[in-house]
Ligand binder design. Structure first.
Ligand code: GLU
Length: 350
């Protein structure tokens, strides 16, 4: 009888530890941003991004430890206005290693909101796993009254452990909403409710610690992406030129002179150039510098061969991508080809 009791106790202990051990392993990579920002007082709007370390962020949200076996690492600690190609390459390689070599179930990345959409899209094209990868940030610093970072981090971990998040590509989790990497845009400079999913809307939401999806992304991403940065230590140089009335051709000419490999136009309307800028663009394209037409308009596609004869000049239309994401895709496209038609095909698929 005594023997049976101790066997049962042992069995119970094994069951408990197995069920504890069965919690999904989520790795948080911290990169800085307002979520790690500190202000002089809790009521102050003046603060410095990227001050608090990963362990402080994890300690601030003990509730997420019920959902997952959470651990973290600090990649950089910067305001995301300072995000750059070097950090993107490091981040993509590290996410791939965490998911494919170290066997974690999901990655959550804390990130500033200014360039979160660009990092999300870059990872969407370069992560080689269908496991959840979710970026979270905040609009208020960690020391603010009603800081939004802890809830965003908790929701990101909740979404990361949801089986429904598998295969969704890289997502952003902000303000209870899940947004897909291709369509997510920051729309407001200071509001907590700043991220939107463009005309297609949000992809899902997180409520009571559970992720709910409303739609799936319809573009190629992650395991279906051809882009591979595992052997790269730099990315092709691509700049963005802004369009406006009476625009100066000098910024575009400066990129040409500096031997950039590609230039994205944040054009007016349907990706249109001011005439002086157009002349430089035609010459640049003739020299093998790929011109991609996007728009400063917040919504609407760029129509191929409509107002601008793309086929004649070998320009590429960014279609649904805003200038900053069109730049990300052009950098990756140029790692594989300089053929304008192949590059246009990437814009159709990704
Ligand atoms: N400029 C900072 C950044 O992007 C603050 C914006 C934020 O994180 O909300 O990191």
């Amino acid at each position: 009888m005594k023997h049976l009791k101790s066997t049962l106790l042992l069995l119970a202990a094994v069951v408990v530890s197995v069920s504890l051990g069965a919690k999904p392993r989520v790795r948080i990579i911290a990169t800085g941003g307002t979520i790690a920002g500190v202000s002089a007082t809790s009521a102050s709007s003046a603060y410095t991004a990227g001050q608090v370390g990963i362990q402080t962020l994890i300690d601030a949200v003990p509730q997420m430890l019920y959902l997952a076996d959470v651990s973290g690492e600090q990649l950089v600690n910067i305001g995301s206005q300072d995000m750059n190609d070097e950090v993107w390459l490091k981040l993509a390689k590290r996410v791939n290693e965490i998911l494919n070599v170290e066997g974690y179930d999901a990655v959550v990345i804390t990130h500033g909101t200014d360039t979160m959409e660009e990092t999300a899209y870059f990872l969407n094209l370069t992560v080689k796993s269908d496991k959840p990868v979710i970026l979270a940030g905040s609009m208020r610093p960690s020391t603010a009254i009603s800081a939004d970072g802890p809830a965003n981090l908790y929701n990101a971990v909740a979404a990361a452990v949801s089986p429904a998040s598998k295969g969704m590509g890289v997502l952003c989790c902000m303000n209870n909403q899940l947004l897909d990497a291709k369509t997510v845009i920051k729309t407001h400079t200071i509001d907590c409710d700043t991220f939107e999913g463009g005309p297609s809307g949000i992809i899902g939401y997180v409520y009571n610690g559970e992720a709910h999806y409303l739609q799936t992304p319809n573009n190629r991403h992650t395991v279906n992406s051809v882009f591979d940065v595992s052997k790269l230590d730099r990315l092709p140089k691509v700049g963005i030129v802004y369009g406006y009335a009476n625009a100066s051709p000098l910024p575009m000419q400066a990129f040409v002179d500096a031997k950039f490999e590609g230039i994205v136009l944040a054009g007016v309307g349907d990706g249109n150039f001011y005439k002086d800028v157009f002349d430089v663009a035609v010459k640049a394209q003739d020299q093998g510098i790929q011109i991609v037409r996007s728009s400063r308009c917040p919504t609407g596609p760029i129509c191929l061969n409509s107002e601008v004869d793309d086929a004649k000049y070998h320009f590429v239309a960014a279609l649904d991508l805003n200038p900053q994401k069109a730049r990300v895709l052009l950098m990756l496209a140029l790692t594989r080809t300089h053929d304008w038609q192949e590059i246009q095909q990437y814009y159709k698929e990704y």
